[in-house]
Design a protein around this ligand. Structure first.
Ligand SMILES: [Zn+2]
Length: 111
């Protein structure tokens, strides 16, 4: 079971019943309670970044999904996020900025 505590990062986790049909867990290390979907839905920054980079390098969403195993809908959502938030504070995002217009046009058409 690949579950880590969102607070302490410990993987000493025990099941703690169900909440709204989702498995609830409790960290034995710090006592933090959380549901499984937390760790399933959240991708590391690196994964998000590489997906966006692949997109900007001309890869389709389906191709990105095949390579990274990230659902294409998730990638589309990320692209949309980046398109809406001009990343002034992120030095690594300069290549993204140049293509934001294209990006937004694309998302607009899809909607
Ligand atoms: Zn913990």
């Amino acid at each position: 079971m690949e579950i880590n505590c969102p607070k302490s990062g410990a993987n000493d986790i025990r099941k703690n019943g169900c909440r709204r049909g989702k498995q609830n867990y409790q960290c034995k290390n710090c006592g933090r309670q959380f549901i499984n979907s937390y760790s399933v839905r959240g991708y590391p920054k690196e994964v998000k970044k590489s997906c966006l980079t692949m997109y900007l390098n001309g890869n389709g969403f389906r191709a990105i999904e095949r390579i990274t195993n990230v659902n294409h809908n998730t990638v589309i959502r990320w692209v949309k996020e980046v398109g809406q938030r001009i990343p002034d504070d992120n030095n690594d995002s300069i290549p993204l900025v140049a293509q934001l217009d294209e990006l937004q046009t694309f998302i607009g058409k899809k909607k």
